[in-house]
Design a protein around this ligand. Structure first.
Ligand code: FAD
Ligand code: DLZ
Ligand code: SF4
Length: 510
């Protein structure tokens, strides 16, 4: 008898066209999939994320069996479960006589190291479900003073031919952002994502997850994610028909009680492998070609995927395992408790945090300009901020979460991802949302008891980091504005900002 090899398929590798499966032999090899505590607990993931992945893993295992693979699947409550991926590989090797395993490179250095250092030899193949491999990204990055996404994106447009006319971008421009990012008009609303009913598999998983993880942060109620490829394709169709036409216009808008607006809500499916970048982008391009979607929406959406998503992954693997420990601004304040409860008088923070607890989702601007902006202004330890984002979002894996948080949002990498920190006072949030209207603070107040904390902390941040940022050409204007204010006002603003920071340190309500 020929000795089988094990083929590891992880929870975010639920794709038929996976390099490890391509390298395997269904007549001989055994696919190993396992629900394990090491993965549910290395950070205490939101229960909706765990339920989504377990249900999707169980259905993918059934699908792989249907197409001819032998699959060894361990459920979390199996009494023999060793509760780690290397442990389950070893147990499968004992049971099958396999001497080695193959896999597709995981999306976190932590797990790559655990497999490389594990007791069974594991050969990892590149994860070619992405458009840009590590060597290609490094070749693009090599010798550049700044790794700006826009230049990378243009290469990816040329490489894919998406929205290209010959070697020119469709419509004559690479980027239609000037037409995007409008403030929300009164009454802006959207039906949101396609909601999927539970079936027996999902119901079993929900019961297990409620039993094991029901007491941790995040709500399991109202679970509606798709948990297989058919459902994910239906979600893609729904987005293209319903929301893509407005995606560009209202990409940055925030409206109370409307966490999804016209966003895709596809990252959860794409990052688990249920959808691929090409089919998603081609669907958007086809809708534009058919005249159903304006060019600014289609281009803006495709840029998020072949631009931002690929660029962010390139940064993660290029920067290396110590990336999540970077902290160039020396921020060392503990993450305030209200990030876990939403218990704050700041309406914007309350709205984004409570929606996150409910849905394991917030859109980009809520992540960047509300929760991320506040953490940066308040000098929160970026590693704690990183762990929070990894816990709370259903689409979070370190390869995509950490460059967004450590780099884009917290500037803790010193400018690898962004040329300047994404900070703003309350004005930006007021322009792009309806949050401030129902806030206890007054967004137009720059000082005083009820002044918006974002306003106070904005100047406090710029003042604290003057040496680093005042010569940055994109920030010089802000320092000039600050310097023109009268001394008394500046002293008041700084001392009231310090009062808020002291309240955060004491755990007082803000
Ligand atoms: P849409 O806004 O509709 O965008 C369409 C698609 O573009 C997304 O599905 C996603 O695949 C891709 N995309 C857009 N922006 C980015 C980006 N900056 N990086 C990578 N892909 C992008 N995205 C994650 O997938 N996982 C994360 O853990 C994550 N953490 C983030 C943390 C912070 C602080 C910030 C600022 C952004 C983070 N993002 C993350 C990026 C972005 O917020 C999400 O991809 C997006 O909100 C997902 O929702 P959507 O599918 O509705 O996306
Ligand atoms: C996120 C996650 C969770 C919660 N649980 C599992 C699991 O039980 N089994 C598994 O194979 N994968 C899980 N995952 C996804 C992995 O954490 C993911 O593959 C790595 O973080 C690399 O991206
Ligand atoms: Fe947020 Fe300030 Fe607006 Fe309140 S006033 S919602 S704290 S930006």
């Amino acid at each position: 008898m020929v000795t089988p090899r094990l083929i590891l398929v992880l929870g975010d590798q639920l794709s038929d066209d996976l390099s490890a499966l391509r390298e395997g032999d269904s007549a001989r090899d055994v696919v190993v999939m396992a629900e394990v505590q090491a993965e549910t607990d290395y950070v205490p993931h939101h229960p909706k994320k765990i339920a989504f992945l377990f249900a999707a893993m169980r259905k993918h295992a059934a699908h792989l069996r249907e197409i001819g693979w032998q699959v060894r699947y361990t459920t979390l409550d199996d009494p023999e479960n060793t509760q780690s991926i290397p442990g389950e590989l070893l147990r499968a090797a004992d049971a099958t006589g396999a001497q080695e395993a193959i896999g597709t490179e995981p999306g976190e250095f932590r797990l790559i190291a655990a497999l490389e250092d594990g007791p069974l030899p594991v050969h990892l193949f590149p994860d070619d479900r992405f458009l840009c491999g590590h060597a290609e990204f490094d070749a693009w990055a090599e010798g550049r003073k700044e790794l700006r996404m826009e230049w990378f994106y243009r290469e990816m447009r040329r490489k894919t031919g998406l929205m290209m006319e010959g070697d020119k971008p469709a419509g004559g421009r690479w980027n239609y952002d000037q037409e995007n990012r409008k403030p929300p008009p009164k009454g802006l609303s959207c039906d949101g994502p396609l909601r999927h009913d539970s079936d027996d598999v999902t119901r079993d998983v929900l019961a297990l997850v409620r039993d094991r993880f029901g007491n941790r942060y995040g709500s399991l109620d109202g679970f509606w994610f798709a948990t297989d490829r058919t459902g994910a394709l239906a979600a893609l169709d729904h987005f293209i028909g319903q929301s893509l036409p407005h995606f560009g216009d209202y990409q940055d808008a925030m409206v109370k009680g409307q966490p999804f607006l016209h966003h895709a809500i596809l990252s959860v499916y794409m990052n688990a492998g249920l959808l691929g970048w090409r089919e998603v982008c081609e669907a958007a391009e086809a809708a534009w070609k058919a005249g159903d979607v304006p060019i600014n929406a289609a281009e803006g959406f495709i840029r998020q995927i072949i631009g931002w998503r690929e660029y962010i992954r390139g940064i993660y693997f290029r920067e290396g395992p110590d990336y999540t420990l970077r902290n160039v601004l020396g921020a060392d304040r503990d993450l305030p408790e209200f990030y876990w409860s939403g218990d704050t008088d700041m309406r914007c923070m309350n709205e984004c945090i409570t929606a996150t607890m409910e849905e394991a989702y917030a859109h980009h601007i809520q992540r960047l300009m509300v929760t991320g902006n506040f953490a940066l202004l308040a000098g929160i330890d970026p590693h704690q901020v990183h762990e929070w984002y990894l816990v709370v979002y259903a689409d979070a894996y370190e390869w995509v979460e950490s460059p967004n948080v450590i780099g884009m949002s917290q500037f803790a990498d010193g400018g690898v991802v962004g040329s300047k920190p994404y900070v703003s006072g309350g004005n930006y949030i007021n322009r792009m949302s309806d949050y401030c209207k129902s806030c206890s603070y007054v967004v137009s107040r720059k000082a005083g008891e009820d002044a918006c904390p974002f306003n106070l902390l904005y100047w406090n941040f710029l003042d604290r980091h003057r040496d680093r940022f005042e010569r940055n050409p994109r920030m010089a204007q802000m320092y000039r504005t600050w310097d023109r204010m009268d001394d008394d006002h500046r002293r008041t603003v700084l001392s009231e900002g310090d009062t808020i920071l002291a309240k955060l340190d004491r755990g007082d309500r803000v």
